[in-house]
Design a protein around this ligand. Sequence first.
Ligand code: MIG
Length: 836
Amino acid sequence: MVGQGGWPSSSYEAVMKRCALILCVTLGLVTIARAQDISRLEKIGSIANFTKSEKSVVFNCQDNSQLQVTVLSADLVRVRASFGKPIPSKDHSWAIAKTEWVTPRWSLSETSEAVLITTDELEVLVRRSPLLVEFRNAKTHAVINSDQQPMAYDAKGLLKEMLFDSRGTFVAAAKKLGFDEHFYGLGEKAARLDKRRSSFVNWNADTPGYLEGRDPIYQTVPFYTGLQNGNAYGIFFDNSYRSYFDFGKSSQQRVWFGAEGGELNYYFLYGPSLKKILNRYADLTGHMPMPPLWALGNQQSRWSYYPDTMVEEVVREYRKRDLPLDVVHLDIDYMQGYRVFTWDRNRFPDPKALSEKLARQGVKLITIVDPGVKHQQVAKSTAQITSITPELEPQDPRYYVFEQGLLNNYFQKRESGDLFIPRVWPGESVFVDYTLPAAREWWGSLHRAYTDNGVAGIWNDMNEPSDFVDQTGRNQMDVVSYDEGEKSTHAKNRNVFALLMARATYEGLERLRPNQRPYVITRAAYAGIQRYSTMWTGDTNSTWEALALNIPMFTTLGLSGEPFVGSDVGGFMGRGSGELLTRAYQVSFLAPFCRNHKVIDGYDQEPWRFGKYYEDIIRRYLKLRYQLLPFLYTTLEEAHQTGTPLFRPLVLNYQDDPNTYNLDDEFMIGNDLLVAAVVKPDVTRRLVYLPKGTWYDFWTNKKYEGGTMFTADAPLETVPMFVRAGAIIPMGPEMNYTGEKPQDPITFNIYPDDQGSASMTLYEDDGTSPAYKQAGFRRTTVTVKRVGLGYVVTAGAPQGSYNPGTRKFSFVVKSTGRARVVTTNDSGAEQTVRLN
Ligand code: MIG
């Protein structure tokens, strides 16, 4: 079988791998090697004078460069430089959610050597000659981060050959590398957790079958945190051009970052805690809205399930086998000739009836939507063009999406004025200029083709944007985007394409269904994506190496402001096995996005496909996920509020503990649940590290003293899991889909600490509507104290206007096995329970 777009689908993998290799060699290696020596670049001039305004200080340099330092909050300062010319008046970023800050108290002082800007938390010392910026703790005056050389730019065009667009000017900043400094973040990277001694490029790229070390891959999040001696800071280099980060790889002395154009524009965030930085970063680039509760349900996908009866069959199988399922995904073959916003009526004669049938079984539909709009001959008359006709018959010579977009000038063009015509799944295609507000609105509204048919969420793929003609993006360099009137080219806009497409999608779903929370999944992204979309890690391999990468990738995404992440469970490309699939579920059953997905020509990979032995174990973990929903949802809401992700590296909870700094095969959910997953074959035991404190084995309730390593049993049936003493883990009934049953009873599993105390605050809301934004939630704080030989449990008066009604709370003290069930009252009064 030969697929569309010229890809023989039977050898999809082979073709993609060969492309990947060529791309790596010709682009990656050559360009990175040349970029390494940034000390050759022209440095910013010394300070001639400066002016102070309400929020900023503008430094005028002897070479006509300008540096602006703006105080946004006591722990957030923006640094913006322009070389050889004044800072432009246009100041816009698609990533930034908050531009109006209440300026905190700050002061300025100067000496002959330097100018000092002081807030309650930070000191920014700007040395006059040479111009060097240094950040210090305002209280201790300890240096947190300082320039290793003055900010620089490529005045002489030394790096011209390296640039994707030779009209750009390379800009860079260099920081001193701490002897024991560790680095986290940068979004989606096929790399270990601690980025020290490695370097990266950001340029959104379609990279099927990527291996560890492949760089760049799909997303760009130019935000990292540095951690030294328990002190953390963050740097968000908000520049969407192709960018570079080097954490002490090319030099023992410095960390540097730079970009192939645009401004040297970064935000400095001071902790000292990582959680505080993530909170501030979420304020700056946007908090993740609450996704619908069902998005935490188990999801199943395949390239591709069709026709409709096949989709029903998959769901029937799930139900027959008593396996939980909330969502089925439709990949590209549901469309009529890969035309987005159409249905293939032979395969899906009545999508609405299908979604209704599935809904009766508690299952939702998600459809894939690619950016490529089929380039199709325009009709003679424009009479019908503006009417919405989502159904397209196979013989229909017209395609409403192409015609409307063309008529309204929404498609990307080259500088010559010609339409830009990439080749993707529909063959010759066009892309929308999502920087145009009207085009975004139009694109969003097109989703009626799905919402009218009961589709619950949208999956955005190929949005790097991928082009089969040339995956590097070089063929797109002269594509112009409106970009707020700037008419800028691909060099600036590639990395924000997916962000804007996701935004159009999210806002469209919000308009089409105002009472439901939108749900979007994306492959590519730029910083700020969390405002609109959740994400998955693209085309992974069904290998142990790829599974091992899941953990540092999920935790790194969490440390980069993207809390809702996941990976194709079992891996996308290649063969896989029952053991691999089972171990993959033991990682992903606690990931926010838990979706099994498989390439077109791979082995079937649904949970039962490798036999009953594996299926039974997988069932146990999926059931446990559903029981843990009250805990997961509470932790998800914390991510929404504070920017602290659910799926955490240990360092996020224990940043003073050096044992956690490069721990790649353990993770935590929230503050309380630690998982020592198995990501190697044939394992029955593994070494586990528990941070200082007391821990309980989740399965046996056996107590452990942390701060040490030990060997834990880890047969295929049992992934080692531990609960922090002092925690309470709320669990609901077993379910096969969210909402199948009310959360009744809720069992509060109590793990007392050494003083006999424990506490937690349960978060609940209706799970679907935006009412949570207006206090439509319920928070119930449960506290436990040891009194004499027993325990006293207090369930505080709930806060918020959401009322789930009367139900049962069950309290179980895990250390003693004592338990009691009470019926809650509706009235909102505090309740006290004794466990003697
Ligand atoms: O060129 O839609 O990452 O999940 O199944 C491949 C087909 C396009 C790539 C996605 C994958 C999806 C596949 N897509």
